[in-house]
Design a protein around this ligand. Sequence first.
Ligand SMILES: Cc1cc2nc3c(=O)[nH]c(=O)nc-3n(C[C@H](O)[C@H](O)[C@H](O)COP(=O)(O)OP(=O)(O)OC[C@H]3O[C@@H](n4cnc5c(N)ncnc54)[C@H](O)[C@@H]3O)c2cc1C
Length: 447
Amino acid sequence: MILGGGPAGNAAASVAATLGGQVTLIERDLVGGAAHLLDCIPSKAMIATGGGLRAVDRAGAMALSAHAELDLHALRGRVTGIAHRLHMGVTALLESQGVRMIHGSGRLKGPREVVIETADGLEEVRADAILLATGSRPRVPEWAPVDGERVLTTRDAYPPPEIPEHLVVIGSGVTGVEFTHMFSAFGSQVTLIVSRQQVLPGKDPEAAAALEEAFLDRGVQLFKGARAEAIERDGDRVRVSCTDGRVAAGTHVVLAVGSVPNSDGLDVDAAGVMVDDGGYVPVNHHNQCNVPHIYVAGDLSGKLPLSSVASMQGRKIAEHVMGLHTREHRHLDYDKAASAIFTDPEIADVGLAEVDAFSEGRKVRVTKVPFSANAKALIDGDPRGFVKIISDPATGVVLGGSIVGRHAAELISVIAVAVTNRLTVTDIVDSLLVHPALAESLADAAE
Ligand SMILES: Cc1cc2nc3c(=O)[nH]c(=O)nc-3n(C[C@H](O)[C@H](O)[C@H](O)COP(=O)(O)OP(=O)(O)OC[C@H]3O[C@@H](n4cnc5c(N)ncnc54)[C@H](O)[C@@H]3O)c2cc1C
C-alpha cells in the first residue's frame, strides 16, 4: 500500500509489482506527483525555454543574428503538456504492471490499515507493508502574505499570470538561483536576497562565484547577507524588508525558502509512527520508520530532497519488502548522490566537495581544467566554466567532482559512476572518449 504517487511512490509501485507484489497506489492529485506537476519538471521546462532565449542572446558567437520573444500562452501549454505526457506515461506503465491506482487522499487508521477518502466515499484497505511517500510543499514563513498573484510560492510560478517586471527572489539555494536565472532569462529585472555572503551555501565556492558573476553580468541585483522579515503589497508593487533595514522593491516576489513535509493529515499516531520536530519521519538504512513494516521515502523521509533520490529509495524499499535484500545489497549512500543546478552556466556536483575535504583536514588531490581549453566548448561558442575532480592522492580513487558549464548535469554522470564504483582517475584517463566533446575535459582533469 503506497500513499503518494510521486517519484518515490511510483518507483516503489513499479518495482514491487514487477517482483510479483500486489500493489495499491493512492494519489490525491495526479500520478507523477508534485515532481512532475508542480516542482522539478515544470521548473526545468521553463528553464529550457529561458535557455532558448539565452542561446539567441549569444547567437553572435555562432555567427548568427537572431531574435526571439517569449510567448507566455504557448509556454503555459508547453509546461502543462510535458507534465501531462509524463503523467500519462507513468500511469500507463503502472496499469500495465497491474498496480491498483486509487484517486483519493489516504491516512493511517492503524498499523496495517489505511483509510482512503475518494469522491465515492471512504474505503478502508489492509496491507502487509505500507509506504508513506507523500512528499513536501513550499515553506511559507508566517510573515509572507502569499496571494498567488504578486506574492508567490514556487508553485504559483509555472508560469505566473504575467512575466514580472521586477521579481524579488527570497532565498539563494538551488530553487532560488534557478528562479533567478529563469526570470532574468525571460527579461525580468531580478533582485536576489542572499542570506549569507555566497549564493548556493555549501556548494563549491568557485562554482557559486561563477554563477554570481553571470548573474551580475545580466544585471541581477544581489542583496548579500540579508534576511527577509516582512513583505508588503501595495497595489501592483511589493516591498521586501530585510532585518538589516534594506528594502527590495519590485512588482512580484517569489519565496524559495525550503519546504515542509506532508505528514500532517496522515494520522501517524493511529499507527504509532514517530515524527520529528520538523514533521519528517525518521528512517533506518532500509527506509523503515519505527514501525518496521511502514516505510518512508522521498521528501517525507527528510533525506536529500531530490527526485532521483526519492525514486531510488522507492526502488530499494520495494526490493526489501519483496525479500530481495541480501547481505551484499548496497545501502543508499546519500553522500554519493549527484545533483545539478539548472542555471546558466549549469552547475553539477557529486561526492566529496573540495571545501569539505579541507574543513575535515583530509588530504586530497584536486585537479581543475577550464572549458576554455576544450575544442567542443569553443565550437559551441560557450567556453565558460570548468571541471574539477577530487581524488585520493594515494590510490587515485575518484572521491568527488564539480562541473560548471554547458551540459554539466549530463557530464557529472561520468564522475558519479566513478565515485559510486570507486573507479580511479586512471580508469577515466584510459577511456577512449569522443573527440571533440566536452567530456574530454573530464579526462584532462583526471590526468
Ligand atoms: C522548484 C523545485 C524544483 C526541483 N527540481 C528538481 C530537480 O531538478 N531534480 C531533482 O532531482 N529534484 C528536484 N526537486 C525536488 C523534487 O521535486 C522532490 O524531491 C520530489 O518531488 C520528491 O518526490 P516524492 O515522491 O517524495 O514526493 P512528490 O513528488 O511531492 O509526490 C508526493 C505525492 O503524494 C501525494 N499526496 C500527498 N499526501 C497524500 C495523501 N494523504 N494521500 C494521497 N496522496 C498524497 C501528492 O499529491 C503528491 O503527488 C525540485 C523541487 C522544487 C520545489
